[in-house]
Design a protein around this ligand. Structure first.
Ligand code: MN
Length: 162
């Protein structure tokens, strides 16, 4: 994967994304995309993949407030989603072709991530079978794709917590 230059770490305006690794009753990764003032959210049991052949189930869950993008910590036992949360990746994204709001209606959302770990184009595609909330997350075959299913590292990008 190409290395990022220090200039890439400058804060650039744009829509935010975050992926929070969430060790709840079942470990999953929550992908959140800023859209119309909230974080549209999907829970991905296996997490994202850089391999365009991998189709990762992504279950749309409730919108979260924008402030939640910075949350790391422990959701107490007894509360919904109790367990540890780290910010696994974050950055900006650009919608490709249409906005996330339009893509949600159409059943396909394409976006380019500019994160610390994930870069390049991804699509969320709503499953025709299955529930209304079931989508697949698929990496586009661009220069950031990898044919190998690599283990993406576990550290938080904001605190180096595991
Ligand atoms: Mn979660």
């Amino acid at each position: 994967m190409p290395r990022r230059s220090p200039a890439d770490d400058r804060v650039t305006p744009g829509l935010r994304f975050v992926i929070q690794k969430h060790r709840a009753s079942h470990l999953h990764y929550d992908l959140r995309l800023e859209s119309e003032g909230v974080l549209k959210s999907w829970a991905i049991p296996k997490g994202p993949s850089l391999n365009p052949r991998d189709k990762r189930l992504a279950v749309q869950v409730e919108d979260h407030p924008l402030e939640y993008a910075d949350f790391e910590g422990v959701i107490p036992e007894g509360e919904y989603g109790s367990g540890e949360v780290i910010v696994w990746d974050r950055g900006n994204y650009q919608p490709v072709g249409r906005s996330v709001a339009e893509g949600l209606r159409e059943g396909k959302i394409t976006f380019r991530l500019n994160g610390k770990k994930l870069e390049g184009e991804f699509s969320l595609v709503r499953l025709k079978s299955g529930g209304e909330n079931d989508w697949l997350l698929i990496k586009a075959a661009d220069e950031f794709a990898s044919r190998k299913t690599v283990a993406l590292d576990d550290l938080s990008v904001s605190s180096a917590r595991t």
